[in-house]
Design a protein around this ligand. Structure first.
Ligand SMILES: [Zn+2]
Length: 166
């Protein structure tokens, strides 16, 4: 396993469309092992291959309970609204923003051996799934954000003011 450099916001590669994975070999397994290590080191809960410069439709999403390796994912349906809109990205270190995301996502994807899976993601991991899925089409969360913050500190200030005004 190896740590790979994470591309930052302004890198034009992040705006490209990733290509479908057709070969499920050891290179793919190595890519995922590297993504996993990079995500852990950067303290993230999701990472897409494009973020390390590999234009493949592949990402990892994780929450406290599980970690899912997704290849060639498709969102079949989505519903609800996740109650916490704050979102960040390893490619935009320090920043955060408010993004409306679904609470439930029905998705299908392949695993590292090419087997198809279909399942529902609920809550935080559904939101993370949508975020990573966007990366595959060159979309970054500020494109969808209703409000952006340069730091979490700014967000906390905004949130406390927002509460006082209610
Ligand atoms: Zn991201």
């Amino acid at each position: 396993m190896a740590y790979r450099k994470i591309l930052l916001e302004d890198d034009p590669v992040l705006r490209k469309h990733s290509k479908e994975v057709v070969i499920f070999d050891d290179n793919l397994k190595t890519l995922f092992a590297d993504l996993d290590e990079t995500m852990k080191k950067a303290d993230g809960s999701g990472i897409s291959a494009v973020q390390v410069g590999i234009l493949k439709r592949a990402f990892i999403v994780a929450d406290r309970k599980e970690k899912v390796y997704c290849v060639n994912p498709t969102i079949l349906s989505q519903s609800g609204t996740y109650n916490d809109k704050i979102e960040g990205c390893l490619s935009l270190p320090g920043k955060c923003g408010l993004v409306k995301r679904p609470n439930e996502v029905e998705a299908k994807y392949q695993d590292l051996d090419g087997n198809w899976h279909q399942r529902k993601f609920v809550g935080w991991i559904a939101k993370a799934f949508c975020h990573e899925y966007d990366h595959l089409d060159g979309i970054l969360y500020p494109d969808r954000a209703e409000k952006m913050f340069d730091s979490y500190e700014d967000y906390y200030k905004y949130r406390s003011k927002h509460k006082e005004n209610k």
